[in-house]
Design a protein around this ligand. Sequence first.
Ligand SMILES: Cc1ncc(COP(=O)(O)O)c(C=O)c1O
Length: 443
Amino acid sequence: MTVPVIKTALPGPRAKAIIERDRAVVSPSYTRGYPLVIERGAGAMVEDVDGNVFLDCSAGIAVTATGHSHPDVVAAISGQAAQFVHMSGTDFYYDVQVRLAEELAAIVPIRGGVKSFFGNSGTEAIEACLKLARYATGRQGLIAFQGGFHGRTMGSLALTGSKAVQRRGFGPLMPGVYHAPYPDSYRPPAGLTPEAFVAQCLGYIEHELFTQLVSPDEIAAFVVEPIQGEGGYVVAPDGFLQGLRDLSRKHGILLIVDEVQSGMGRSGKMFAIEHSGVEPDVVAIAKGIASGMPLGVASARADLMTWPPGAHASTFGGNPVSCAAALATIKLLNGSLVANAAAVGGHLMAALKALAGKHRLIGDVRGRGLMIGVELVRDRQTKERAADERNAVVLGAFRRGLLILGAGKNSIRFSPPLVLTREQADIAVKILDDSLTEVEGHR
Ligand SMILES: Cc1ncc(COP(=O)(O)O)c(C=O)c1O
């Protein structure tokens, strides 16, 4: 399994049968863009139930950081499972959870002591951040950003401002949440430079939100993705994150960075916020941390963690098998994979930018490390969003053996396992090239 090989029509007969059964008994709320039914994975390759082999540049939505079933991670999982699978870190102690908290204290970019709360998912990490921020500050208000995605449970959903369908029918959501604009450098308002756009976004908070809607002394925290994920792989300009840090210090507001998608080496640094030099108060982590085992973490300045026993906990949170997988993952990330994300990410970014010279559909290529967005537009002047074309390109890539996902209305995301090689990156670009050619030919 080193190169994509498509042997059947897609979906193949076995995949088709499984999808039909799925339709009858599984929630229709999931978003399946194309019919992949996985049988096994290894590194950046995936084989489906009909023997078709794909190059995976989705990593199961930016999760399998060390690749599918990395032998070290599998050994850590099976070793821990053979020892004990569960005891509940909320009522008992186990060394593997403490070791993970120690590792996190070493890698989370907060100085002066870090404590971690363990849950099972990204949304639980965010819920813990929100509760901690309210508890620690005694304030209720929260400021999130348009285009942001923070999860789908009721608290985090109130912050999510990415797609209306994610909120439709579920209101009223948690009160006390305000949304501010997030500066998308590709789409500044007419006549504004990217720098002036950043100033405008920060100015909205300071001069409109804080004067018209809520007093800053009622705000517990800003919750921000250093690179918006579901929103379209939009990189926050450093000046914006610095400006938020300044505003938060001025008003005694906490800065929570949601690194659920951008963290654990994906950006070419362990956490994407490190590119800006900004030190947050709280970091939400999930997805890549345990290479696919469920784990979500809220890591915070130790002095904020004053909540008493019973204030917050989760039966399964910090499951020992997930903690063991996370320790093995962090070792691999520190060993070579963060550096590989930076190096192969740079190579992939350059190749995708070069592709823009050939395909008029490509409006923008952006990102950091192996977190790269390609935004498709119908016209480079008007930047009209090419949403249908994006979907067609993603589907065309699947048919050719490349797994990629959409992000935002009209962007493609590259979020491969961090073991991706340059050769695999080149294969991905070639398939994208062919898929773009096909879709452009139909327009
Ligand atoms: C930035 C961000 N935060 C939170 C979440 C929610 O994570 P989960 O789906 O594990 O609840 C996601 C999921 O895509 C995410 O991208």
